[in-house]
Write a protein that binds this ligand. Structure first.
Ligand code: AMP
Ligand code: ZN
Length: 459
């Protein structure tokens, strides 16, 4: 069946065709690990997971890379403001590397709780400074960069066109710029590739231009190229990446090889809270931990995300999360009834539902429509194992673990150990996993490992 995906580059839904037959190479812009991920950030990764699962449902093998931005970039995407990692280091009185390690681990735990399937490659910016350096040197060699006193800038005026994704021109950028741009820059859209580190800058490396650190955008270009090749199939990110970060990745790649790195560019819209923006001053920047403290699970939040298409804004309220929680529990209940059912359903009926579901997900991941089909099957008055089997097939895309028993509410201290053990198992650290199981046993809990994770109960 045809798979159609919206491409920000061409501004239309297009029939997807991979470069290599049966294999999709994709890249996702990952988190900046200077704080806990909020539920808005996590919407972007739920979208990434949804795309992975839909591609797999269509029979594709995946080679997927996601970066971890653990070298600071500035608060605004456009090289302004304070370095996020250094600001966090000051706030917590820690080394920026410790900050990165701590929040990377927390991020991985969140992904795990949300049942987000991991990209095949997770790459950290700090481990790819050499690749970035080489990339910048080639851009310089090709004549797309210039030096100022302390920065090497990409010269956007050397491109045939800058702004192919957002279709914005330099004059518009200038009019929209909030801050007077660095007077050393030749063009308002030029951006930093390589920056001389001031004496007190902690994250810096010995490079071809002295002690420096990279501009933000170069990490994705260098790592994308390293792991996926000069041109790959899909590049994903949040909608905020369109006007600067992704434009700059495209610019860098054109400066390096003359090519746009990915054929499809896909972007997830923002999550709103109570109809407005998330902000610290409104005290509404929620994390998975905040949801758990109010009695919700990460999986309730996953379910909530299926109520909207990824290209539409999604409005979070506690009431709508409550509805998603109830819906998830009803769906699991419905699955159980079918699994215990004895009635027979014809192959044609099953095929018809499967076709409708497949059509919905292949229409640019139309999850609200796909959920309509899921509910038609779940609520069917005929109770049949055939329907249960079909629901499990749908669950390859939904990732709701429909056949997994509900877990009991665990005290915070126990939950922490469980999260650590889930991560240890994911990392195949069996010794640590055994050690944590013993601790759970000692504290009075049984641990059962299933293909969908661990089930922990009171002894
Ligand atoms: P950051 O860690 O700040 O680089 O952001 C990580 C991801 O979260 C990026 O893909 C952003 O586009 C995305 N993002 C940030 N805020 C929101 C939001 N409110 N809704 C959806 N995605 C968001
Ligand atoms: Zn990126």
């Amino acid at each position: 069946m045809e798979l159609k995906l919206y491409n920000t580059l061409t501004r239309q839904k297009e029939v997807f065709k991979s470069i290599d037959e049966n294999k999709v190479r994709l890249y996702s812009c990952g988190p900046t690990v200077y704080y806990y991920a909020h539920i808005g950030n996590l919407r972007a990764y739920l979208f990434m997971d949804n795309l992975r699962r839909v591609l797999k449902y269509n029979g594709y093998e995946l080679l997927h890379a996601m970066n971890i931005t653990d070298v600071g970039h500035l608060e605004s995407d456009a090289d302004e403001g304070e370095d996020k990692m250094l600001k966090a280091a000051k706030r917590e009185n820690k080394d920026p590397y410790e900050i990165a390690k701590f929040y990377t681990e927390k991020f991985m735990i969140d992904l795990n709780k949300l049942n987000i399937s991991m990209p095949e490659i997770i790459c950290k910016a700090t481990e790819h400074i050499k690749e970035m350096e080489e990339y910048v040197q080639k851009i310089i060699e090709n004549g797309y960069a210039y030096e100022t006193k302390d920065t090497i800038y990409f010269d956007t005026s050397k491109l045939d066109k800058y702004g192919v994704l957002s279709n914005i021109n330099a004059e518009e950028q200038k009019a929209g710029a909030r801050v007077e741009f660095d007077s050393q820059k030749k063009n308002v859209t030029d951006f930093a590739l390589w920056i001389k580190a001031p004496e007190n800058h902690i994250m810096k490396w010995d490079t071809f231009w002295g002690k420096c650190y990279p501009g933000w955008h170069i990490e994705c270009s260098a790592m994308g190229r390293k792991y996926l090749g000069e041109q790959f199939d899909i590049h994903t990110g949040g909608i905020d990446h369109i006007p600067i970060h992704h434009e700059n990745e495209i610019a860098q790649s054109k400066g390096y090889s003359g090519k746009i790195p990915a054929n499809w560019w896909m972007h997830c819209e923002f999550l709103l809270i109570d109809g407005g923006k998330m902000s610290k001053s409104l005290n509404n920047v929620y994390t998975i931990g905040d949801l758990e403290n109010k009695g919700f699970s990460a999986m309730d939040y996953r379910m909530f995300n299926f109520t909207s298409h990824y290209r539409n804004k999604l409005n979070f309220t506690w009431d709508s999360l409550e509805s998603a929680k109830i819906a998830l529990s009803r769906l699991k209940e419905a699955y159980k009834k079918h699994a215990n059912g004895e009635e027979h359903v014809s192959e044609e009926t099953i095929d018809e539902y499967e076709r409708k579901f497949h059509e919905a997900i292949n229409d640019d991941l139309n999850m609200p429509q796909a959920m309509g089909v899921v509910w038609d099957v779940a609520k069917n008055l005929v109770k049949s194992k055939d329907f249960a089997k079909l629901l499990l097939k749908f669950d390859e895309v939904l990732g709701l673990k429909l056949d997994v028993e509900e877990k009991i509410d665990l005290p915070e201290e126990i939950q922490k150990i469980v999260d650590e053990r889930e991560l240890a198992r994911k990392n195949k650290d069996w010794a640590k996993s055994d050690e944590l199981r013993d601790i759970l046993n000692e504290k009075g809990y049984t641990v059962k490992d299933t293909k969908d994770g661990m089930i922990v109960n009171l002894k």
